[in-house]
Design a protein around this ligand. Structure first.
Ligand SMILES: *Cc1c(COP(=O)(O)O)cnc(C)c1O
Length: 387
């Protein structure tokens, strides 16, 4: 039998990297020495104190049973405490915090709670793909907001037509940004909140990279802005901060109604985060002094090595002040997919073509600095030979 897939599934954007993936697999099979800047997945291990907490908790049979949908009270309190300390924002552990099985899951499910078929969602372009995917699954229509280098990749709210605004229910905001690595200040956040309140928009803030910043410039939470809790839900992840991408743990927090509705969606879909992983999450957050600074120092060294190297090749690059991505404008008018194929073919280097994050990503390529410094130096040497 050939089953026809649903209209909603068919509406998802096509997967663009088929050819590159094929070439990558072929190269690996031939035993070529590939340097992989492709996926944004930390190469370093999870800190030992977190693994120990998992180990201890995994031996307690009480943790082998279904977890509560709402997550453990102790985890929610640890999140409340971390928020207060990091952002000086008060969130209520009982009603304004929801643990997630990784923040991607929550981001993708959230539109099911608020988007009706035909509603618009305002989504930056380029962006992290689940913003579009989640909207489409809910029957919503992504309206893409081009992020331009000339605007420092900040959303230009003035460009949204008022007819679109009338039909829009939500606005996605992601700073520090994947893939552009752009950051924003509280002034920008104030505009976002004022705009959202005026036009009755839910603001979905993705703060996955809040702890990956350099030069001492700490990113802010949107919830720091007065009135933000009226309109905002913020998504956080332990994945990037503590090298825990495979563990699947994150959270949503903010407006009570938004958080509780997401909880209702999820209670119909999953049964919570493995309790032992929740204990590990508590350990991670309560010991948050121990690890992130070392991680930042490491990424900063990689960033400096790579950016200095690319500049010596004549690339006009600004180093990111947050995230572990270098978002590089391509020389000339090359297509990003063509450029990535060429990198792989001629230098055994993998990077992600900008167009994979949306139409406005064309003309750029993303390098994830999840490769150690020696290999970054090697990559620069290889680039020298082909430039
Ligand atoms: C990595 C990432 C996430 C978080 O993913 P998890 O599901 O928590 O592992 C969320 N948003 C962006 C933009 C990311 O790059």
């Amino acid at each position: 039998m050939e089953w026809r897939t649903s209209r909603r599934l068919n509406k998802l954007p096509p997967y663009l990297f088929f050819e590159i993936d094929k070439a990558k697999r072929a190269a690996l099979k031939q035993g070529r020495d590939i340097i992989d800047f492709g996926i944004g997945d930390p190469d370093q291990p999870t800190p030992a104190y977190i693994i120990e907490a998992l180990h201890r908790a995994s031996e307690d049979p009480a943790n082998h049973r279904y977890a509560l949908d709402q997550g453990m009270r102790r985890l929610r309190s640890a999140i409340e405490g971390w928020y207060k300390k990091r952002f000086n924002v008060d969130i209520d552990a009982d009603s304004e915090v929801l643990p997630l099985i990784g923040s991607k899951e929550g981001i993708a499910h959230f539109p099911l709670a608020f988007i009706n078929p035909g509603d618009y969602a305002l989504i930056p372009d380029p962006c992290y793909p689940p913003y579009k995917g989640g909207t489409i699954f809910a029957g919503g229509i992504p309206y893409l907001l081009a992020l331009r280098q000339a605007d420092n990749f900040l959303i230009d709210l003035k460009k949204i037509p008022s007819a679109v605004l009338k039909k829009s229910k939500a606005l996605y905001v992601n700073y520090p940004n994947n893939p552009t690595s752009a950051t924003c200040g509280t002034g920008f956040y104030e505009h976002i909140i004022a705009f959202a309140r005026k036009h009755r928009l839910i603001v979905i803030s993705d703060l996955a990279y809040s702890e990956i910043y350099f030069d001492g410039e700490k990113p802010h939470s949107l919830l720091e802005i007065e009135g933000a809790k009226e309109v905002c839900i913020e998504f956080h992840s332990l994945s990037k901060t503590f090298n825990m991408t495979g563990w699947r743990i994150g959270w949503a927090c903010g407006n009570r109604g938004l958080v509780q509705a997401l909880s209702k969606v999820k209670s119909n879909i999953d049964s919570g985060v493995f309790s032992a992983i929740q204990y590990a999450g508590i350990a991670a957050l309560e010991g948050a002094e121990k690890h992130p600074q070392a991680m930042r120092t490491l990424y900063q060294e990689r960033r400096d090595t790579f950016v200095t190297g690319l500049r010596s090749l004549g690339w006009n690059i600004t180093g990111p002040s947050a995230t572990f991505y270098v978002w590089a404008k391509l020389p000339g008018r090359k297509s990003s997919i063509g450029f990535a194929s060429e990198l792989l073919k001629r230098a055994d280097i993998i990077a992600t073509p900008g167009i994979g994050f949306g139409k406005s990503g064309e003309g750029f390529i993303r390098f994830a600095l999840t490769v150690d410094t020696k290999r970054i130096e090697e990559a620069v040497e290889r680039l020298k030979t082909i430039w």
